[in-house]
Design a protein around this ligand. Structure first.
Ligand code: ATP
Length: 266
């Protein structure tokens, strides 16, 4: 595995949570991968396998106990200081007293790079909520609030976008629609996406590559490439090729499943 400046490289990442009076938890053990710049990667695995922990290492919110992560040749801390890491969560986390436009501009404003109104309007249009720029979050549906959160993340022009189950709270059809919207927007920008999901179908549909994880200790047990061209996927959502990929993901999840107690030491 070689580190170059056009990829994200994780080398033997270990993360142990330690708390006084409690058994240490091996949240990640020897996790290694190479992700090409501009790829769409999903992390999937049962609860407690370390997906959020890994995402936090990408976002420089946690430092690995040992091992190294470099993003385009630099540690996550450098990208974070440059505001080059965008984030999106299951909850849109919009400020309720600010309009959608103000929410989209918020992170830029905090970073002293407040986007001008035409840029905010372009971002809102990009995610399909241009008409709602002066509305407040409570006036929008869950899917529309997630669109606003996506525009807010894009406002900083990040190189990498970390998404932690962003569509997990949406109904199935809205989620499918948001998947297509995300692909449409991502295809134009081609930033690197690390996407955490519990949905096998979503992982197979969205990704260039899926990292399947298993718990106790948290580790990557399989990497599955999805080679189907993007433009074919909407018509092939339930077709044989994506179904075969979903079955492969399912196989690795089930094979590595440990029916254990979350309270057991790793
Ligand atoms: N701050 C912490 N202190 C101690 N243990 C923690 C801490 N955060 C997470 N853990 C433990 O580390 C392991 C991995 O947690 P993590 O949240 O990364 O898993 P996950 O795959 O994202 O789970 P989920 O799908 O439920 O969100 C779990 O056993 C969890 O209980």
């Amino acid at each position: 595995m070689t580190a170059d400046n056009k990829s994200i490289v994780g080398q033997n990442l270990n993360l142990i949570y330690r708390r006084a009076g409690a058994e240490p938890v091996a949240a990640l053990q020897d996790v290694s991968f190479t992700i090409e710049d501009g790829q769409f990667i999903s992390l999937i695995g049962p609860s407690g396998c370390g997906k959020t922990t890994l995402l936090k290492i990408f976002g420089d919110l946690l430092v690995p106990t040992s091992g190294q992560l470099t993003i385009n040749g630099e540690p996550p801390s450098v990208l974070r200081r440059r505001q080059a890491i965008g984030q999106m969560f299951q909850d849109a986390t919009l400020l309720p007293w600010k309009t959608i436009g103000q929410n989209i501009a918020l992170l830029g404003e905090i970073a002293s790079r407040k986007p001008p109104p035409h840029e905010v309007a372009a971002l809102a249009n990009m995610v399909g909520i241009g008409r709602f720029i002066d509305n407040y979050p409570h006036e929008l549906s869950g899917g529309m609030r997630q669109r606003a959160a996506l525009a807010r993340a894009y406002a900083l022009k990040p190189r990498i976008l970390l998404m932690d189950e962003p569509f997990g709270a949406l109904d199935e059809i809205t989620r499918e629609h948001m998947n297509d919207e995300l692909v449409r927007i991502w295809t134009k920008s081609r930033l690197t996406v690390i996407f955490v999901t519990h949905s096998i179908a979503e992982a197979a549909y969205l990704s260039d590559r899926v990292l399947v994880m298993a718990p106790r200790p948290g580790r990557v047990v399989a990497e599955i490439s999805i080679d189907m061209p993007r433009e074919q996927r909407p018509a092939e959502r339930f077709g044989p090729e994506l179904t075969r990929c979903a079955e492969e993901i399912h196989h690795h999840l089930v094979t590595n499943m440990q029916l254990g107690n979350e309270n057991e030491p790793a």
